[in-house]
Design a protein around this ligand. Structure first.
Ligand SMILES: Nc1ncnc2c1ncn2[C@@H]1O[C@H](COP(=O)(O)OP(=O)(O)OP(=O)(O)O)[C@@H](O)[C@H]1O
Ligand SMILES: [Mg+2]
Length: 245
């Protein structure tokens, strides 16, 4: 059984048209997924549906075999699916440590909060060094590390990241990608949307190409990377830009 399954889902906004149109996707435990596709394809919409921010109009979403269409975002989070949206920001006037405590607000056990915070500090030593600093004083890359760290405070089964490298300088983006790799190694199932398709696919086990609200192609990420047709259609620009390994 897939850990998470999206089956024949339609979804859209308000009275508008379907943005997701009969979309199906299976997410297996311990694997990492990179969702790519053109602007407006519905990538963020899919993550919003899974995280309970946008209701389905048809179809089903199941987690560990249990349907959870209609679950509220806090219920989805408590079940173990954590969504870090594109526009996620830190609380600038709270310290790094306080931001992490906020991330663990669902965790009642103080000892557990401490253990998880220690793990975050191990992953991101710079955050440990700056634990008492206001989060707003961190660099952009460090703030992105903090949003990842905050997500880790609930020890999610699935971590969903929408454009984690967006707006970051190349070296900082490299750091974030390296961190995502470490999270994969910890066994966290990762579903990420990445505009930098080549980098995202290089990190992931499985690649998913979304277009016009459906899964157009999916397969092992290295196969997707090498597929001539997909390269021309969806990775063209990035390849032309000389993003060679
Ligand atoms: N809050 C909203 N209200 C109405 N329409 C929306 C809303 N958010 C997104 N849409 C529409 O849904 C479609 C898919 O948007 P979505 O954000 O899922 O695309 P995306 O694949 O994430 O694109 P991008 O690469 O630009 O982030 C677009 O046509 C967009 O205009
Ligand atoms: Mg998006």
């Amino acid at each position: 059984m897939a850990l998470l399954e999206v089956r024949d889902v339609d979804a859209g906004y308000g009275a508008g048209p379907n943005i997701l149109r009969g979309l199906s996707l299976k997410v297996e435990a311990g694997k990492s997924y990179c969702i790519i596709g053109p602007n407006g394809a519905g990538k963020s919409t899919l993550l919003k549906v899974i995280s309970g921010l946008l209701p389905t109009r048809a179809g089903e979403v199941t987690f560990r075999g249990v349907p959870f269409n209609g679950a509220r975002p806090d219920q989805v989070l408590a079940a173990g699916i954590c969504f870090v949206p594109q526009e996620q920001a830190v609380f600038p006037e709270m310290s790094v440590r306080e931001n992490l405590v906020m991330g663990g607000y669902l965790v009642k056990d103080r000892g557990l909060i401490k253990t998880r915070m220690d793990r975050v500090f191990e992953l991101f030593p710079i955050l440990a060094q700056r634990a008492s600093l206001d989060a707003g004083k961190l660099s952009g890359g460090q703030q992105q590390m903090l949003t990842l760290g905050r997500a880790l405070m609930i020890d999610p089964d699935i971590l969903m990241l929408d454009e984690p490298s967006l707006g970051l300088a190349p070296q900082v983006a490299d750091q974030i990608f390296a961190t995502i790799r470490e999270l994969e190694d910890l066994g966290i199932t990762i579903v990420m949307v990445e505009q930098n398709a080549i980098r995202g696919l290089q990190l992931a086990d499985w690649g998913v190409v979304l277009d016009l609200g459906i899964v157009r192609f999916e397969g092992p990420a290295d196969t997707i990377l090498e597929d001539q047709r997909i390269r021309e259609l969806y990775l063209g620009k990035a390849v032309d830009a000389g993003d060679a390994p």
